[in-house]
Design a protein around this ligand. Structure first.
Ligand code: BGC
Ligand code: NOJ
Length: 817
């Protein structure tokens, strides 16, 4: 069953019934001011950091699930009937409803009792504010007397403190109201130099800033007393719960249309110019007023919306494809790329499953997210790499997370996830390949954000590699530390106390448990450094990394190969995991993907054996599960992985992030049909038709689909913020379609299904437009390339001369029949 449809021309997903199985959300904002918005206008906003600069309040895990947001209420003053044009929170039976989630905007339109309301929510580029443009149309043949109420609930900035520290917070709230603008200025009187504002284009017939006055005692958002009465009491919040609500009375003649603009914004003042007059406690509004005035003008709103649309056309235009599969086209051209931008911006901080409080920017996460984003805005990827590297520890290790506002390592989560360092190498490699910007390697970057510790980024990479080499275990495989990519494989944790974090509890010295996955990752990263060092004429380094990779490979074959697949790890007792010797957890997906991506076994059929084992033991119609057999009970020595009931999350769920590794591995051994089949199984657009089972949004990947051991097999959870986005993008565009940036030029090496006659693509690479046409001439993956009509040897198109605008590429694949 479906709850809407794709509109690929408009680049929108159109939801046609409001009661989707879960809130289906979108994100507003591309740079610094962000919002989450659901299909019923739920959600919240923040500036840069979902934890430290939260503008509006949102209560997670609420009942109903999605309550609190950017609400508008309409009231027919003739009969007192009121409703929410976004369905929630009043939940009246709307006569028509659509929610169009687009690139950085959401438009919710409904008709109720012949009053049409359409609200377009978006954040203008380069601004720290969001616009809600409401268009009201009276479809009746008679006049309508309508009251419009807006409503947001302010968060007292630090979302964690806001949700816990009531003894203080109920006494700190402060507001101002000037010229129809509601200002939220809690703590502005002391150390904050920022405030929020909520403005309206119309003269107000009233307002509320105190929640209790708006809702009325003992009432909820579904029937606010002010809306019911059709009157606002002009409340000023002193403490308790500051909100913003405007009340506007609108007379609409038959068929008349009216636009009302609301602005919700964040603003900072210079520290020494916070107040006006200077000796008062009143916000200095001189700097914000022009911004407010600008966006209360419909023509400026229109222009800002057009700019946003152009911005996305530009970004998505970096790669567009036409393949025989509409689900591939839609994901590559629109939604997967869009999700890559969102994960780049959010990491794992704020979604409807990540509270914005618990997790900042993950080190491994952000490095991986970059892989799917780097072609869109390489300059921002560069900045991100330098931020990440500046949190790196001197020993090459990494803080597992950092806060986006401060850009400093988050000590609560600490470090010691032994895979973290290597991901930086892969991110830098991806950036250099995309941008051809070798200068980044010479950038002086701090360690642990400490002045005076700077070394060139190149040395950061070397230290990352050395981190692994300094931590080898009894089998000479890398020690796993707190965990590797699999945050739940906690082999040194041994926690028997409820409530302890599996990721930060350590009861073992960590000198025994090893990871085959990190070994594969190390080899992959080492191969990149070999190339990077080669380009820099650093022969010694290239030789060193080459030797290290070879040695690690030999170690994997010795200790990490189980006969028909790669093993997963050795535990603290030195026992193997991910082996036929195990009763549960015999085979894991991660080392199959990572080791084969690193090239292991590709030449000698062992990769094929491992992938055949994946197909046999792990692949399901809903995707490839993480391991089998699932852990049926909690194992003290394995940690969080065995804490989940079988079939969920890391305990044998389809952990979607790992599936593209297998797709890429399949292309390494030339099996395009198999790779594409796996791609299709978890493609959200393809799964749209089973939305009632899948439950999450059909336009973005979810982190997990319940595996076959789970009673809810096939049901997805944790949509949006997952490495699944970037890795699937890489798998389909670079491995299957084979459009691969390399240090020396764009490589064209498709490994597509046998049944495809070919595909077309336009790729903007290093400023040049590559118009690519791929035609299948026969079976197999052999490639013949022509550039502007001339055939060239190999698969890499040499970098064109400086002033080249467009290159015409013809690729013929397969042997002529
Ligand atoms: C989840 C992991 C996640 C980790 C973050 C665990 O509970 O299962 O997927 O990476 O928390 O700390
Ligand atoms: C989600 C985390 O964000 C990611 O870093 C981790 O690799 C996976 N879970 C697997 O545990």
């Amino acid at each position: 069953m479906k709850y809407g449809h794709f509109d690929d021309t408009a680049r929108e997903y159109v939801i046609t019934q409001p009661d989707t199985p879960l809130p289906w959300i979108n994100y507003l904002g591309c740079e610094a001011y962000f919002g989450l918005i659901s299909n019923t206008a739920g959600g919240y906003s923040f500036y840069k950091d979902a934890r430290l600069r939260r503008l509006t309040r949102y209560r997670y895990n609420n009942a109903p699930y999605d309550m609190g947001g950017r609400y508008i209420y309409l009231r027919d003053n003739a009969d007192g009937n009121f409703w929410s044009p976004s369905w929630m929170p009043v939940r009246s039976d709307l006569d028509e409803y659509t929610c169009r989630h687009g690139m950085g905007y959401t438009i919710i339109r409904s008709v109720y009792d012949q009053i049409e309301a359409e609200t377009c929510y978006f954040v203008p580029m380069e601004e720290s504010l969001e616009i809600w443009e409401l268009t009201l149309t009276n479809q009746r043949d008679t006049s309508a007397d309508i009251s419009v109420f807006s409503a947001v609930e302010f968060c007292l900035w630090d979302a964690n403190d806001d949700a816990t520290n009531f003894q203080r917070n109920f006494s700190t709230g402060q507001m101002e109201l000037v010229d129809e603008v509601i200002y939220h200025k809690t703590e502005y009187r002391e150390r904050r130099d920022h405030f929020a504002y909520f403005a309206c284009s119309e003269k107000l017939d009233g307002f509320e800033t105190q929640r209790e006055a708006f809702l009325g005692p003992y009432r909820g958002w579904d029937d606010p007393a002010a809306v019911e009465a059709g009157e606002s009491s002009n409340s000023m919040a002193h403490g308790w719960q500051p909100i913003g609500s405007h009340h506007i009375k609108v007379q609409l003649r038959p068929k008349e249309q009216k636009k009302i603009i609301f602005l919700l914004g964040y603003h900072e003042n210079p520290k020494n110019d916070k107040f006006d007059p200077a000796d008062s406690q009143t916000i200095n509004k001189k700097t914000v007023k022009p911004i407010i005035a600008k966006y209360l003008q419909p023509k400026n709103v229109k222009a800002a919306f057009a700019t946003l649309r152009d911005y996305w056309s530009g970004l998505l235009g970096k790669l567009q494809v036409v393949t025989p599969d509409e689900h591939t086209n839609r994901m590559v051209n629109i939604w997967n790329a869009y999700q890559c931008m969102i994960t780049f911006n959010m990491s794992r901080s704020a979604s409807y499953y990540e509270s914005g409080i618990g997790r900042g920017m993950g080190y491994r996460d952000s490095n991986q997210d970059l892989l799917g984003f780097v072609h869109m805005i390489p300059e921002r990827a560069r900045e991100r790499i330098l931020d990440l590297a500046a949190t790196q520890l001197k020993n090459g290790g990494a803080f597992h997370q950092y806060q986006p506002l401060t850009k400093r390592g988050n000590n609560d989560v600490g470090s010691g996830f032994n895979d973290d360092p290597a991901w930086l190498v892969l991110a830098v490699a991806a950036y250099v390949k995309e941008a051809g910007d070798w200068s980044i390697l010479d950038e002086a970057v701090q360690y642990e954000n400490e002045a005076g510790t700077e070394t060139p980024l190149y040395e950061h990479l070397q230290r990352s590699m050395q981190y692994t080499l300094d931590r080898l275990g009894p089998n000479h495989l890398p020690l796993i530390g707190r965990a590797d990519w699999n945050d739940c494989l906690n082999l040194n944790c041994f926690s028997d106390t409820p409530g302890q974090s599996f990721q930060t509890t350590t009861n073992k010295d960590g000198k025994v448990a090893e990871s085959v996955f990190i070994a594969g990752l190390f080899i992959l990263a080492a191969k990149e450094i070999v190339q990077i060092a080669g380009h820099r004429n650093d022969r010694a380094e290239a030789a060193k990394q080459q030797a290290a990779a070879q040695l690690m490979e030999a170690t994997v074959w010795k200790a990490g190969w189980d006969g028909a697949w790669f093993r997963r790890a050795f535990d603290d007792f030195g026992h193997v995991l991910g082996s036929k010797e195990n009763e549960e957890g015999k085979i894991f997906i991660e080392p199959q993907g990572m080791c084969i991506m690193a090239g292991l076994g590709v030449e000698d059929r062992r990769a094929q054996m491992a992938l055949d084992s994946v197909a046999k033991f792990l692949a399901t119609p809903h995707g490839i599960v993480l391991q089998q057999p699932a852990f049926s009970k909690y194992y003290l020595h394995l940690g969080e992985i065995s804490s989940y009931p079988p079939g969920y999350k890391e305990n044998a769920g389809v952990f979607c992030h790992t599936n593209p590794w297998i797709m890429i591995a399949e292309t390494k051994i030339g099996r395009g049909d198999q790779a594409f089949d796996y791609y299709t199984r978890i493609n959200p657009s393809k799964r749209e038709e089973i939305s009632d089972l899948h439950k999450c949004e059909p336009y973005v990947y979810a982190q997990m689909i319940a595996g076959w051991d789970a009673p809810t097999y096939g049901e997805a959870k944790n949509s949006w913020l997952s490495g699944t986005a970037a890795l699937n993008y890489v798998a389909i565009t670079q491995a299957i379609l084979g459009l691969q940036p390399t240090y020396d030029g764009l490589e064209i090496k498709p490994v597509i299904p046998e049944g495809w006659s070919g595909f077309e693509a336009v790729r903007i690479f290093r400023g040049v437009r590559y118009e690519i046409s791929v035609k299948r001439a026969g079976t197999g993956n052999q490639i013949c390339l022509e550039v502007d009509g001339k055939s060239i040897p190999g698969t890499v198109i040499p970098l064109p001369t400086k002033d080249t605008g467009t290159l015409n590429i013809k690729a013929t694949i397969g042997l002529e029949k």
